[in-house]
Design a protein around this ligand. Structure first.
Ligand SMILES: NC(=O)c1ccc[n+]([C@@H]2O[C@H](COP(=O)([O-])OP(=O)(O)OC[C@H]3O[C@@H](n4cnc5c(N)ncnc54)[C@H](O)[C@@H]3O)[C@@H](O)[C@H]2O)c1
Ligand SMILES: [Zn+2]
Ligand SMILES: [Zn+2]
Length: 391
């Protein structure tokens, strides 16, 4: 089959690889009908997340049709079923899965000793996302083996196009969880850093959850326009002062809730000298992340407020203003998304027409054009916000 394969830093190719097979009774194989490129894939593209090996198949936003099931799938799935695959592989049985903490499932990371060593405790296995989380082949491919498939799936009805359902795999529940983590009250201002696909889903979620005011921050005009169309007031951090505008928009109090939808690769620019220092430290391996957004959020957040971090961080972040964080009495919530905790509700909202997540798609291309689209998405060329690939 054809698949997008990681060969090294900024080197992803569409290769012919061996078709996946059932390896365990709980496996299923799907024929992929649609898959997408995520901002998290860019961290791998740039080799900022350790634990990728040449030959790894990329991709964790995937849906398709079940073509084979193992003997242990227990009637939960059958040939012909249409499923969206959550990016978190879950067993459905361990203590964390029972609590709904699916992204920290205790069973599914088949390289758990690596997770234990690096993070203190293992987290869930993830598709197409480093050997720290199991090194499972991803879904930017013609076929995907879904381990623990009896639990790891979202069954979706016929009659709704892939484009509306695909993002149940990741970015829609991710934006939703980031907003839910804020305990939004009707008087709240929610400020969101990053208007990429995750930021866009977060904006819509914060509005659906009843925020009084949503403010979206980025520097890419098309992404800011999309944010505005979704109901946000926008700040372009390249041409305006984030601190001054937030101050003005909140009568000097600061936003009650701040969401990081940017993560470890904050833009590097001379007007934000901390980002220059972070980049220099990254180059000599003194720091793994560029946490400008975390610093800014802690500084502007209203005392007593909540900092919700959806953006991915990989290792160590310097100069986090703990003094401000502690003295202002802030709370931080974060995590890879517990996808299946949210998807019954979100699927219902899509079916009822409350939201159509396909608004974020700007490019739909054949899988073979994937390598080129990694560059286009990374460089935000051609007004690119979200790429869907068709195998
Ligand atoms: N927690 C999870 O489970 C989960 C799931 C999916 C994605 N993610 C993470 O979410 C983040 C965003 O993903 P995406 O797909 O939207 O990626 P993306 O790279 O398209 O979006 C990031 C956006 O942040 C903007 N940005 C950069 N520096 C900024 C700054 N200083 N202030 C404000 N905005 C800034 C960029 O211009 C860009 O539009 C990534 O870190 C990704 O890994 C997390
Ligand atoms: Zn993702
Ligand atoms: Zn589990």
């Amino acid at each position: 089959m054809k698949a997008l394969v990681w060969h090294g830093k900024e080197d992803i190719r569409c290769d012919t690889v061996t078709d996946p097979e059932i390896q365990d009774p709980r496996d299923a194989i799907i024929k992929v009908t649609s898959c997408a490129i995520c901002g998290s894939d860019l961290h791998l593209f740039h080799n900022f997340i350790p634990g990728m090996l040449p030959g790894d198949i990329m991709g964790h936003e995937t849906m398709g049709e079940v073509v084979e099931v193992g003997s242990g799938v227990d009637g939960k799935l059958k040939k012909g079923d249409r499923i969206v695959v959550p990016f978190t592989i879950i067993c459905g049985e361990c203590d964390q899965c029972k609590r709904g903490n699916f992204s920290v499932c205790e069973t599914t990371n088949r390289k758990r000793q690596l997770g234990d060593k690096v993070f203190g405790h293992t987290t869930a296995g993830l598709f197409g996302y480093t050997h720290l989380t199991g090194g499972y082949p991803g879904g930017q491919a013609e076929y995907l083996r879904v381990p623990f498939a009896d639990a790891t799936h979202i069954k979706v009805p016929d009659g709704i196009p892939d484009e509306q359902l695909l993002f149940l795999s990741d970015i829609f529940p991710t934006g939703w969880q980031a907003a839910v983590h804020c305990d939004i009250e009707p008087t709240d201002t929610v400020a969101i850093w990053g208007c990429g696909p995750v930021g866009q889903m977060t904006i819509r979620s914060a509005i659906l959850l009843g925020a009084n005011q949503v403010i979206a921050i980025d520097c890419i005009p098309e992404r800011l326009s999309m944010a505005e169309a979704g109901g946000a007031t926008t700040i372009n951090f390249e041409t305006e002062s984030v601190l001054e505008r937030l101050d003005h928009l909140t009568d000097g109090r600061g936003p009650e809730k701040c969401i990081d939808a940017t993560g470890m690769e904050s833009h590097v620019m001379a007007s934000q000298p901390d980002t220059l220092l972070d980049r220099a430290k990254q180059m000599v391996m003194l720091e793994s992340d560029r946490p400008h957004v975390l610093r800014e959020m802690i500084y502007v957040c209203r005392p007593g407020g909540i900092i919700s971090v959806a953006g991915v961080y990989s290792g160590f972040s310097d100069k986090i203003p703990m003094g401000a964080f502690m003295n202002k009495g802030l709370t931080m919530r974060t995590g890879q998304t517990h996808v299946n905790r949210w998807t019954d509700d979100l699927l219902r909202r899509i079916e009822q027409g409350e939201i159509d997540p396909s608004f974020v798609i700007t490019h739909t291309v054949p899988l073979e054009r994937g390598p080129e689209m990694y560059q286009v998405f990374r460089d935000k060329r051609d007004s690119c916000v979200k790429v869907v690939l068709k195998p």
